[in-house]
Design a protein around this ligand. Structure first.
Ligand code: ADP
Ligand code: ADP
Length: 226
């Protein structure tokens, strides 16, 4: 069970700027939550605090009932999917997906089996020996997903993962990502500035403004208001 609990979360940056003002969110196991709101409202600050890439200056983040405030990203049972994919250009698709697992000194057979399983799910099996520049944008995005999947995390953290794709591919990929998330049942926190994307993918949305969660609810609750 991978609930994620954000309790009275605050962030004050070292320059004194307060980016997050006491946010409370309870995310259920398997739930897909989208963080939406205008540029600068604090979405990625909040996501990075859950990831452990940014320190928490007030409140607590818990994953599966365990407070993670002081833990390194590698110890949080999360995987991030970034906007720029962050693929290694000189490595094959296989090695891009395997890289993090190799660093953990996982057994070779286990790495092989995880990468092949992810490649099957993502329809990347025929492309494992290619390098990123030999892939389409959608395929690269799938490799980025693959790198997250092979970690078999309890939580996916998405930072605008589709925003570099063209409009048509973006629509196609949001269906794919959503289907995959449902299939794996992995609790997900998804940052986007695209309201349609949020509405079509998320079980619930958190509408942020100036560091505050203004509304939390299902797409219907959030967008069907008078
Ligand atoms: P969003 O992801 O919603 O666009 P961010 O979380 O990136 O917003 O930023 C929230 C606010 O915090 C913005 O006003 C931004 O300028 C500010 N901010 C982000 N990083 C820093 C930093 N390292 N130091 C000071 N302020 C920052
Ligand atoms: P490890 O995670 O085993 O320490 P990696 O090379 O995979 O080794 O990662 C180095 C750092 O980057 C770690 O802190 C790790 O958690 C983080 N990291 C790498 N890939 C991801 C990812 N997809 N999601 C979240 N964190 C990642």
């Amino acid at each position: 069970m991978a609930e994620v609990t954000l309790k009275s979360i605050e962030k004050t940056y070292p320059n004194g700027f307060k980016a997050i003002h006491g946010i409370d969110i309870d995310i259920d196991d398997g739930e897909f939550i989208a963080l939406v709101g205008p540029s600068g409202c604090g979405k990625s600050t909040l996501l990075r605090m859950v990831a452990g890439l940014e320190s928490i200056t007030g409140g607590a983040v818990s994953i599966s009932g365990r407070e993670v405030n002081g833990l390194e990203p590698a110890d949080r049972d999360i995987a991030m999917v970034f906007q720029n994919y962050a693929l290694y250009p000189h490595m094959t698709v296989f090695n891009n997906m395997a890289y993090g697992l190799k660093n953990r000194r996982m057994a070779k057979d286990e790495i092989d089996s995880r990468v092949r399983k992810a490649a099957d799910i993502l329809e990347l099996a025929p492309l494992l020996e290619r390098r990123p520049q030999q892939l389409s944008g959608g395929q690269r995005q799938r490799v980025a997903m693959g790198r997250a999947i092979v970690r078999e995390p309890s939580v996916f953290l998405f930072d605008e993962p589709l925003s570099n794709l063209d409009a048509k591919l973006r629509v196609q990929m949001r269906v794919e990502v959503k289907k995959l998330q449902r299939q794996l049942g992995t609790t997900s926190l998804y940052v986007t500035h695209d309201q349609v994307e949020a509405m079509t993918m998320a079980d619930r949305l958190v509408v942020m403004n100036a560091g505050v969660a203004e509304q939390i609810g299902t797409p219907i609750e959030v967008y069907d208001r008078p």
